[in-house]
Every structure is written in C-alpha cells, then in structure tokens.
Design a protein around this ligand. Structure first.
Ligand code: SAH
Length: 244
C-alpha cells in the first residue's frame, strides 16, 4: 500500500533533520525534492531509490505546482514509499497543504513530517532569538514574495506597528519595498534588521543593519535568504555562536 510522506528537510544543516524524516528517507523508493532540501540527504537513501528534482526556488517553481502535485501522485501509483522532501517545514510557505489535498482527493494515503523551519532556525544560527523577555513577546512569519505596493496587498502592514519580531521569507528581491513600507508605517530609520543568507550551512552569511541602510549593505547577498526585523537583532552581539 502506497504512502506519501510530505517531509520537512529542515533549513540546511543536515543534522537538523528529524529522526522521522531520516527514517523515511532511508526507506524511500522515490524522493521528490526541491532546491532547498540539502542534496546530501539523498546520500542516505537506499540503493535503487529514485530521485526526482522538481526545482522549487525561492517560492517560484520551475515546475508549476499543479505539475508537482501530479508528479507526486503518479509516483504514488508506482511506488510504496514516496518521500516528498521540502526545505524547512512543509506547511510554512511550503505548499504542503496543496500537495496533501491533491492526494486526499485521489485517495492516496499521506503523512506530514514537520521540519525545522528556516523562519526560526536561521535567525538562531545567526544568534538572533525570535522572542526575548522584555524585547519581543511574539513573532510573525510573513511572505516577502508579494509586492508591498500591490493594490490588493494581503499583508496587513498596519499591524506591524508593534514591536513583534518580523521574519520575511522569500523577500530578498523586495527588500527595498519592505523596508520603505515599514518606515512608512512609523518604524524609525535606525530600527534593527538583518539579512541572513544560506543559514545553518557553512556558507551562512549575515548582514546587520537598519531599515535605512539594509538594502545598500546587503547588495549581492545570495539566496536563499530571509530578513529579520526587530530589536532582537541587537542580541546577536552577545549570542553570535555559529560563526565565532
Ligand atoms: N518551508 C520553508 C520555507 C519555504 S519559502 C521553511 O519552513 O523554511 C523559501 C524561503 O525560505 C526562502 O526564500 C528564504 O527566505 C527562506 N529560507 C529557506 N532556507 C533558508 C536558509 N537556509 N537560509 C536563509 N533563508 C532560508
């Protein structure tokens, strides 16, 4: 009986894979994976396991999502253990919900294996806690993919006036719009923010700045990258454990 495992691969560091994800990767007959899933994980698969790359980059698909859904479904008809390996967590901007619904409608059994999302782990590897007593009582994870100036913006910018930590995924190419918008709603020009690229890997790089200068400072930073906005960024001065 076939089963599809919609599996979170974590943010990059291979040791941030869950034990459950590790087990299904070893049992898989086929692994369908994205760019964001660390390819070293494929070395853990058994002999004869097939690999299908569906090339999802920064929220943009090389293959459209409905074709990816169909690839997963077709593999479920052929194989017993199908692992759909996705960067971070499958339900955090990972379109795992759409893949699950597609399978549910076709009576294919599936399981969700949550992963460590980049939204909190990448800041952690940069020495930035997303919450901190007395500094930030909550955090938001927001898509930066949508243009903030789009008329029908879904992002509730007005709600961002509080001191919550804001983490933008898929936002590097919109960074100048994001920082302008945050200053427009009243955040000070010197409000702290950071851009973290290839977090949790050996190629991790971190740029710390303010809403005013972050665009200039982070020019040329490679993807995948996320943006952290909030006073918690300053804690990196004491907590930067990974690159030191
Ligand atoms: N499901 C994933 C997110 C998918 S959206 C998760 O839970 O992590 C893809 C975005 O995640 C990228 O555009 C980037 O903003 C962020 N991202 C993923 N891995 C990252 C990494 N190692 N370093 C920095 N950002 C990362």
């Amino acid at each position: 009986m076939s089963k599809v495992y919609l599996t979170g691969a974590g943010p990059g560091d291979i040791e941030l894979l869950t034990m459950k994800a590790h087990r299904v990767i070893k049992e898989a007959d086929v692994i369908i994976y994205d760019r964001l899933a660390n390819p070293d994980m494929l070395d853990m698969a058994k002999d004869g396991c097939e690999f299908v790359y569906v090339g999802k980059e920064d929220g943009r698909h090389t293959l459209p999502q409905d074709e990816i859904n169909e690839v997963i479904y077709q593999n479920a008809l052929k194989h017993d253990v199908v692992v759909r390996l996705k960067g971070g967590d499958p339900f955090v901007f990972g379109r795992g919900g759409e893949e699950g619904s597609y399978l549910a409608k076709r009576d294919i059994k599936f399981e969700i294996i949550p992963g460590i999302t980049s939204a909190i782990s990448v800041p952690a590897y940069a020495g930035i806690p997303v919450t901190h007593r007395g500094i930030a009582v909550s955090f938001r994870v927001v898509t930066g993919h949508e243009s903030p100036n789009k008329k029908e913006s879904q992002i509730p910018w007005e709600n961002f006036k509080t001191n919550d930590t804001i983490i933008f995924l898929m936002g590097l190419h919109n960074l100048s719009k994001i920082s302008s918008k945050l200053m427009e709603i009243g955040k000070p020009k010197d409000y702290p923010c950071a851009v973290i690229s290839k977090g949790t890997t050996e190629e991790q790089s971190v740029v710390v700045g303010t809403l005013e200068d972050i665009v200039e400072k982070s020019k040329g930073v490679p993807t995948p990258a996320l943006i952290v906005v909030g006073e918690v960024v300053k804690l990196r001065e004491q907590l930067n454990w990974f690159s030191s």
